[in-house]
Design a binder for this molecule. Structure first.
Ligand SMILES: [Mg+2]
Length: 175
């Protein structure tokens, strides 16, 4: 099976890391984190200044390492399809190496329709994504996609999983 995976908030705890970093950043500027998040300029500036640190130190989600190994051992091919900008490719690759995650290929800077198009081009059998907009676009492109949400953000009735173990069982059943 050719499995497509999102990175942020799908295999690692990006939102948690953003919260941690923005708290420090905001207090240095004598601002409230919400002042930054609600202002386009300040928010962009925050991400420009801090994304490298966030991507370097982000915590991998529980179970992901073992599941990656098992999926690879069973002959699946894992494609990372992310909206992270190309400039973060080397930091991202170093993080995957540090975590011991083996992938077939990584595709950067794709979001929404471009992400869906990439899934088509790479003949992805199943895409796993936490972003409902991407999920919608990928489904519309005729690619099988499941939405991963371990924080109860969404309320989708189908294609919806809240643990990595459930996703692994699903892949097992549909292999
Ligand atoms: Mg994501």
């Amino acid at each position: 099976m050719r499995i497509g995976l999102d990175i942020d908030d799908t295999i690692c705890q990006t939102t948690e890391m953003v919260h941690e970093v923005i708290e420090k950043y905001a207090s240095k500027l004598n601002l409230n984190p919400l002042d930054i998040m609600n202002d386009d300029f300040l928010r962009d500036e925050f991400y420009d200044n801090n994304s490298a640190e966030i991507f370097k130190n982000v915590i991998i989600k529980k179970e992901v390492k073992d599941i990656f190994r098992r999926l690879n051992n069973k002959g699946n091919k894992i494609f990372i399809i992310t909206s992270r900008k190309k400039e973060y490719e080397s930091i991202t690759r170093a993080w995957f190496e540090k975590e011991g995650l083996e992938v077939e290929e990584m595709i950067f800077s794709v979001y929404g329709e471009d992400k869906a198009k990439t899934c088509q081009e790479k003949h992805i059998d199943l895409m796993i994504e936490d972003n409902p907009y991407n999920y919608k676009k990928i489904k519309e492109a005729g690619i099988h996609c499941i939405l991963y949400d371990d924080r109860g953000k969404y309320d989708l009735k189908q294609d919806y999983y809240t643990t990595w173990k459930d996703i692994e069982d699903y892949i097992e059943r549909n292999h």
